[in-house]
Design a protein around this ligand. Structure first.
Ligand SMILES: [Mg+2]
Length: 108
């Protein structure tokens, strides 16, 4: 999956429908939270065990909501000038510093 290609496709989708004036970072962030809530709703009231073994319909629904969340996230980054790949690489480095892995028992 090419992140920039996806962002260009999302931009073209919005342009073709003349939605661009509405796709501000603020509106996209609000839409992202709504989609995240739709994702959470799939797991609402399920036990931990049920949440890792969804039925086929729920699994398909989960994929749709993950796609919705990801597409809004990519559009927020596109509209805000954030390079997603660079931001993720930077955050992974910061997290590795903040949460160092315990020493492996196999290293001396
Ligand atoms: Mg949705």
């Amino acid at each position: 999956m090419d992140i920039v290609d996806l962002q260009l496709r999302l931009r073209a989708f919005a342009q073709a429908r003349e939605w661009e004036p509405f796709l501000t970072p603020k509106n996209l962030a609000m839409a992202l939270v709504v989609e995240a809530a739709e994702l959470v709703e799939i797991f609402q009231w399920k036990t931990a065990e049920e949440s890792i073994s969804l039925d086929a319909a729920s699994q398909e629904h989960l994929g749709e909501e993950i796609a919705d969340v990801l597409m809004y996230l990519l559009q927020i980054a596109d509209r805000s000038g954030v390079d997603v790949a660079s931001a993720v690489e930077r955050k992974l480095r910061l997290n590795a510093i903040k949460y160092p892995a315990p020493p492996s028992p196999h290293t001396a």
